[in-house]
Design a binder for this molecule. Structure first.
Ligand code: KG4
Ligand code: ZN
Length: 330
């Protein structure tokens, strides 16, 4: 059995976790910066980087203490090396390099998106490659065929906004503050999804991609018209987003070869209505539906440790001069 210390700092969550190759999360800490960025209505990169600097070292110490371990007990140190806000990524990666050097342990530079993409395998031991993955977060909206560690085929991406971004921007229009996705989902529960006519961009289109900019603009117009209840706008927006997601996923399932499961990951996978819709789609195709528990869907370090474990098991590690990458497509 191997144990990896994972570190995540690519956006506005500072996180550390100790995970075993037997899929046990021995300890983890996540410090959200929501409060820090709320006054600005979005993540301010420089402020985020400074907050990571303040929080990361005590958070790693607390994670090790919770597990009753020291660095001597870990087999490798894995950190997000991109993509993300470069200041934050550097804080986590440089910390990991220092720890790896001091403790003489291998360093594993993890792609944050690979962390999300492999997290369902941490949650679900039975999940085998290949699987079809919807990766839906604040920065990403992709359909991927996950064939193996480091082996992905991107079947669709967004031509404008990511789904989480559309949730966040629509929530802002409705005065729900930041981050808006969870608040919009709560408001949608009180609304009628049929009340506000909203577009389903690219639905039925022959091309594989997503588009959410038109939907977001339609939400703004619906709000400005003053003709609708906010809850109805929220419910109608969420339904339109789900319709787009289902349509694009159906298309991908029809095009791709045999897969073992339909899997959703990324922050938006925390949305219960979206999970339910995708579960229905998977059932129609006779596929298991796998979504990691909510705590593994939003940014966390356990998924980074897990990606590190999968790489370690294949004998992979990285040199101490590995670079942080603000852009790093899968
Ligand atoms: O994966 P994540 O934590 O960060 C990255 O973007 O990498 O995803 C955050 C995104 C935000 O846009 C947030 O509003 C969205 O996930 N989100 C949700 C929900 N919970 C988080 N969107 C819709 N419904 C939710 N319940
Ligand atoms: Zn993320």
């Amino acid at each position: 059995m191997s144990i990896v210390l994972g570190i995540e700092s690519s956006c506005d969550e500072t996180a550390a976790a100790l995970v075993t190759s037997d899929r046990v999360i021995l300890a983890q800490h996540i410090a959200s910066q929501d409060e820090v960025h709320r006054p600005f209505g979005g993540v301010v990169p420089e402020i985020a980087a400074r907050a990571h600097v303040e929080r990361l070292a005590p958070l790693i110490a607390a994670t090790l203490a919770d597990a009753g371990m020291s660095l001597d007990d870990v087999d490798a140190i894995a950190a997000t090396a991109g993509p993300g806000l470069i200041g934050g990524v550097m804080v986590g990666l440089v910390t990991a390099k220092a720890l790896a050097m001091a403790a003489d342990k291998p360093l594993i530079a993890v792609n944050h998106l690979e962390g999300h993409a492999l997290s369902p395998r941490l949650a679900e031991a039975s999940l085998e490659y290949p699987y079809l993955l919807l990766l839906v977060s604040g920065g990403h909206c992709q359909i991927l065929l996950v064939e193996d560690v480091g082996k992905f085929r991107r079947l669709a991406t967004t031509i404008d906004d990511a789904l989480g971004e559309a949730f966040d921007k629509s929530a802002k229009v409705l005065g729900l503050g930041y981050p808006g996705g969870p608040a919009l989902e709560r408001l949608a529960l009180q609304g009628d999804a049929k009340k506000v006519p909203l577009p389903r961009p690219l639905k039925g289109s022959q091309e594989p991609h997503f588009s959410f900019a038109g939907l977001k603009s339609a939400v703004l117009r619906a709000k400005q018209s003053g003709e609708h209840e906010d809850a109805d706008i929220a419910a109608s927006f969420q339904q339109a987003a789900i319709d787009c997601l289902l349509d694009r996923s159906k298309r991908a399932l029809a095009k791709v070869g045999p897969v073992n499961a339909l899997v959703v990951a990324g922050g938006v996978a925390a949305n219960k209505a979206i999970r339910a819709a995708l579960e229905g789609l998977a059932a129609q195709h006779g596929l298991p539906f796998i979504a990691p528990p909510l705590t593994l869907c939003t940014d966390n370090a356990a998924m980074i440790a897990w990606a590190g474990l999968e790489r370690l098991a294949r004998g992979q590690s990285d040199p101490l001069d590995v670079a942080a990458r603000p852009r790093w497509p899968l």
